[in-house]
Design a protein around this ligand. Structure first.
Ligand SMILES: C[S@@+](CC[C@H](N)C(=O)[O-])C[C@H]1O[C@@H](n2cnc3c(N)ncnc32)[C@H](O)[C@@H]1O
Length: 312
C-alpha cells in the first residue's frame, strides 16, 4: 500500500519546522503510523527511533523506510555521546505502547534526544481497514484494538460484558456524549436479545436511540465509537504516562511536539505543559491548526491541534 493511502501526515511542514532536523540530530517518533513524519526527519539526515503499538504500522514502515533501516549514520553524522547501546542505525523501529516510553527508548540508546513527536489517535489505515473494526462506516467485527497481537479485550467484549453504568461512563467521559446513559441502556437492552458483534449493529443501535439534531455536523455514532476506541486502547492513560516521561528523555533545547485530535488529548497536553513550566518553555501560546488548504486536501486534518515546547 502506498504511503499516501496508509496515512497522510498532518501539519507536516509545521512539525518539521519546529523539530528542525539536521544530520546527526536524534528524535523519537512515538507514533510512527504510516511513517510520513518519520520519513521527513530521516530525509533531513536525522537519526530516529520509531515506535508504534500496531504491528501493521511497523510492517508498513519496514517496507517503506527500508533504505533507512539498512543505513548507518555517516562519520560526520554519528554522535557517540549517548549511543553506547544503540545499534548505530539511522532508523530503529520498536513495537510498544508509548505509555512505556522510557522503557522503550533507553535500551536502544535514545536518551537526551533533540526532539519527541506525538501524533495521537489512529491512522487512516486503522480507521478504514474493515478488519480492524474501528469505524461505523465499514461493516466489520467490533474490534478496535491497536495491537491485536498483545491486547485481549475488544470493543465487542466491552459492549457485551460491562455493566450498563460502566458503558455509560465510557460513552460520557471518552465520547463527551450527552446521551450516554440513554445509549448505554439501549445497548444493554439490545445485547439481551443477541450479542452485539459488528460495527454495523452498534451503529444502528446508536442511530435509533440518538436522533440527529439540526446542528449536528457529525454522524450520531461518532462519539460512541471514539469513546470505545479510547477505552479499548486505554489511550488517555498511555498519553498521560508518556508525557510524564518527556522531560527525562529530551535534552536541554530539545523540542516536544504533540498533535491532538480531540479535546481530551489536547487537555492532557495543555495540563502537562502548564504543570511543567519550570522545565518546558511553551512555544505555541495557542495551538497551531491546519491551513484551509491542508483541510481541503486532507479533511481528516481538520480537528488537529499542534502544541510545541522546548526543554529549558
Ligand atoms: C495518527 S497516527 C500517526 C501518523 C504518523 N505520524 C504518520 O506520519 O503517518 C497514530 C499512530 O499512533 C499509534 N499509537 C496510538 N497510541 C499509541 C500508543 N499508546 N503507543 C504506541 N503507538 C500508538 C497508532 O497505532 C497509529 O499508528
Amino acid at each position: 500500500m502506498s504511503k499516501e493511502l496508509y496515512h497522510i501526515p498532518v501539519l507536516l511542514h509545521e512539525v518539521i519546522r519546529y523539530l528542525n532536523p539536521a544530520p546527526g540530530k536524534r528524535y523519537i517518533d512515538a507514533t510512527l503510523g504510516g511513517g510520513g513524519h518519520c520519513e521527513a526527519l530521516l530525509q533531513a539526515g536525522a537519526v530516529v527511533l520509531g515506535i508504534d503499538r500496531d504491528p501493521e504500522a511497523l510492517a508498513h514502515a519496514r517496507e517503506h523506510l527500508k533504505e533507512y533501516l539498512e543505513a548507518r549514520p555517516g562519520p560526520n553524522n554519528l554522535r557517540t555521546d549517548n549511543l553506547k547501546n544503540a545499534p548505530g542505525r539511522v532508523l530503529t523501529l520498536i513495537k510498544g505502547d508509548f505509555g512505556q516510553l522510557t522503557e522503550l527508548a533507553l535500551p536502544t540508546g535514545f536518551k537526551s534526544v533533540d526532539g519527541i513527536l506525538f501524533d495521537f489517535g489512529v491512522s487512516s489505515h486503522q480507521l478504514e481497514d474493515p478488519s480492524r473494526g474501528f469505524s461505523f462506516k465499514a461493516k466489520a467485527l467490533l474490534d478496535m484494538r491497536m495491537d491485536p497481537e498483545g491486547q485481549k479485550v475488544t470493543a465487542a467484549d466491552l459492549i457485551n460484558k460491562l455493566p450498563e453504568n460502566d458503558i455509560a461512563e465510557i460513552i460520557k467521559n471518552y465520547g463527551q456524549e450527552h446521551r450516554a446513559f440513554q445509549l448505554a441502556h439501549a445497548i444493554v437492552r439490545a445485547r439481551g436479545l443477541s450479542p452485539i458483534t459488528t460495527t454495523e449493529q452498534l451503529a444502528a443501535i446508536v442511530v435509533r436511540n440518538r436522533p440527529r439534531s439540526k446542528g449536528d455536523k457529525i454522524h450520531p455514532a461518532t462519539r460512541t465509537f471514539q469513546a470505545l476506541r479510547i477505552a479499548v486502547n486505554w489511550e488517555l492513560e498511555s498519553i498521560a504516562k508518556a508525557l510524564e516521561a518527556v522531560p527525562g528523555l529530551v535534552q536541554s533545547k530539545g523540542v516536544f511536539v504533540a498533535i491532538s485530535f480531540h479535546s481530551l488529548e489536547d487537555r492532557l497536553v495543555k495540563n502537562f505543559l502548564k504543570n511543567n513550566k519550570e522545565i518546558m518553555e511553551i512555544i505555541t501560546k495557542k495551538p497551531i491548526t491546519p491551513t484551509d488548504l491542508e483541510i481541503k486536501t486532507n479533511p481528516k486534518s481538520r480537528s488537529a491541534k499542534l502544541r510545541v515546547a522546548i526543554k529549558k
